[in-house]
Unconditional design. Structure first.
Length: 273
């Protein structure tokens, strides 16, 4: 797995580099650490940032490469990811007021909006992703299948994976019986409902992998239930899917993904498609 970690030298970038190094080590992948400058005059400062970032990877059995980009930060990260055919981009997330973050459209938002590959927003100081919450939306191909197809080595680093499906009265298909909007995963699978068949399919997809898998259903508004489960379950990573649009002026993920990325406190992996 080829991983690109971007750093500007700040504490939140250190979190991203450490997590990227841990994933590289566990997946036996290759890590490149990128920093971006505005002009060639800043190259000495960039070299110092990369030298320090490389020291953060010493606890891991890897030899990272380093690279300097020149230009607008988000565009350089996207360009490097495209040219290098990376499998994953890892970014830090500067702590701050969520409304301000949306108005300013920070680097992480802009990279996700134009992601050429999955993007992981590293939060907190954990260097492991042992417990993952994957938020399925029932689309085809499933988010789980997209994760397996694009980042299968990452699944090999996971001890526990919870697949969450939120059933909302707002989005429920016409004619869905009321009991389905209150049932848990086991009931839905036993009755072979549409959601139950999806949950059973998720189990089949991961059959044979050395991890503990559980399926879970919550009922309510999608964003509220995802945030509640992420908080209640003490997960290391939340995985969501998102659709992209064009333009650099604003955050362009669909509204549900935008809200989850903005509000969840743990690390988030966004997979397009």
């Amino acid at each position: 797995m080829r991983i690109l970690a971007a750093t500007g030298g700040a504490a939140h970038s250190d979190t991203a580099v450490r997590l990227a190094a841990s994933l590289t080590d566990k997946s036996r992948g290759q890590l490149t650490i990128l920093t971006v400058i505005g002009s060639e005059a800043d190259r000495p400062q960039a070299a110092a940032i990369l030298k320090r970032a490389a020291t953060l990877t010493t606890p891991f059995q890897i030899e990272p490469q380093t690279q300097i980009g020149v230009g607008p930060v988000a565009q350089e990260i996207v360009h490097t990811a495209q040219q290098g055919r990376y499998d994953l981009v890892v970014l830090g997330d500067r702590p701050g007021h969520r409304l301000i973050k949306r108005l300013l459209g920070p680097t992480a938002d802009r990279v996700i909006a134009h992601m050429p590959c999955p993007v992981l927003i590293a939060r907190k100081n954990g260097s492991a992703l042992a417990r993952i919450l994957l938020c399925e939306g029932g689309r085809e191909p499933s988010l789980l299948e997209r994760l397996q197809a694009r980042l299968e080595p990452l699944l090999g680093t996971v001890a526990e994976l919870t697949v969450l499906h939120v059933m909302s009265q707002i989005t429920a298909a016409p004619g869905v019986p009321g009991w389905e909007l209150r049932a848990d995963a086991a009931e839905l699978m036993a009755k072979h409902t549409r959601e139950g068949e999806l949950l059973a399919h998720y189990t089949a997809v991961l059959q044979g992998l050395p991890l503990h898998l559980q399926t879970k259903v919550r009922h309510g508004l999608v964003v509220d239930e995802v945030l509640a489960e992420a908080s209640d379950g003490d997960y290391n990573l939340v995985v969501i899917g998102a659709h992209q649009n064009s333009g650099w002026e604003r955050f362009l993920l669909d509204d549900l993904a935008h809200q989850i990325v903005s509000k969840v406190d743990t690390s988030v992996l966004v997979i397009g498609g």
